[in-house]
Design a protein around this ligand. Structure first.
Ligand code: CA
Ligand code: CA
Length: 192
């Protein structure tokens, strides 16, 4: 998606309470003609719980696009792994088994390292950024407008500094120490 389209979409969606949720089961419904579905029944209960989607082009070997898992075997997909050139690049996870993704994780296709995690925590969105699999920055959307208004920087598992847009007016207040709002599900780390 181009920057301009992204920007326009962001403006249109600015009124929305939350970004559009992804129904994980839809991936199996929306297969194209060149895609092949393989079902695996990992527990031998006549009920497939692992689904693998391949892309099959003429005169070429099939390549894996997706692995989908029904972890609690209730008929709804809970985890989707997306692959590019046989490397894991993205996962979508449904934590509360309502069929809709709650956490999206992005990986570096070359190194396999975790790069970014986006979590919908009720009406609050949390973005986490990683470097060499280590959490470096966390962004929080406290007023659920789809934009971050609090930034927490980490080094070596400790909070380096916190920046906060208290009044949601774009003016960032720098806060030293570990100020984490309630519901952020983050254990408090003492600063040195
Ligand atoms: Ca399930
Ligand atoms: Ca969910």
């Amino acid at each position: 998606m181009s920057m301009l389209v992204s920007l326009l979409l962001a403006l249109i969606l600015a009124q929305a309470e939350t970004p559009k949720p992804v129904k994980l089961g839809d991936y199996l419904k929306n297969l194209t003609e060149s895609q092949v579905l393989e079902k695996i029944d990992s527990q031998g209960k006549n009920n497939p719980d692992i689904f693998i989607v391949f892309e099959k082009k003429e005169d070429s070997a099939k390549t894996m696009l997706m692995q989908l898992f029904d972890i609690n075997r209730d008929g709804k997909i809970d985890l989707v792994k997306h692959f590019k050139k046989a490397k894991l690049v993205r996962t979508e996870t449904d934590l509360d088994y309502d069929g809709v993704s709650d956490v999206e994780s992005e990986y570096d296709g070359q190194s396999g390292e975790l790069k970014k995690k986006t979590q919908a925590d009720g009406a609050t969105f949390i973005w986490k950024y990683y470097f060499k699999n280590e959490l470096r920055k966390k962004e929080l959307d406290r007023n659920s407008d789809g934009k971050p208004d609090m930034w927490v920087y980490y080094r070596g598992g400790k909070i380096l500094r916190t920046e906060i847009d208290k009044d949601f007016n774009g003016k960032i207040v720098r806060v030293e120490g570990s100020l984490i709002p309630e519901g952020a599900k983050t254990s408090k780390v003492k600063d040195k």
